[in-house]
Ligand binder design. Structure first.
Ligand SMILES: [Zn+2]
Length: 139
């Protein structure tokens, strides 16, 4: 007769549960949380807005009160997502672009490299907030 395996230690010292280990969450709940993040809503309640202005996030949810930013450097992950997605997307788009002369190519792709990350910035923040919530960092 074998004894049951002991619980693994908490992933984060201040939060003993994660998306996988959170017993109160139904299966597939992570999809709901990610969609809330991509809709720029609070990943916990789905109602509060993440952003007060285009670039400035709210410190906490106006509906449920959870804090979105807990640590310095927390948003580096969203910058990584934004950089990777935009760079990969622009590389794919440039592969299918028409054969423009060099000055037009530089203007088009230079402008796209500046403007597209500004558009996707909010959504990468929302996605990252959802990921942080699923890993126990939003509470
Ligand atoms: Zn909320």
């Amino acid at each position: 007769m074998s004894s049951p395996a002991p619980d693994p230690p908490p992933v984060l010292p201040w939060r003993g549960s994660t998306a996988r280990r959170h017993s109160g969450w139904p299966a597939g709940y992570w999809r709901v949380v990610v969609l809330r993040g991509l809709r720029l809503r609070c990943p916990v309640c789905g109602r509060g807005r993440l952003f007060a202005t285009y670039f400035r996030m709210n410190a906490s949810c106006s509906c449920c009160g959870v804090g979105f930013a807990r640590e310095h450097g927390q948003w580096v992950g969203s910058l990584d997502i934004n950089t990777f997605v935009v760079a990969f997307g622009l590389m794919i788009a440039s592969a299918f672009a028409p054969d423009w002369p060099l000055p037009i190519t530089l203007v088009v792709w230079g402008a796209a490299a500046i403007l597209v990350p500004l558009v996707t910035f909010r959504f990468s923040r929302g996605l990252w907030t959802a990921i942080v919530y699923l890993s126990g960092g939003v509470y």
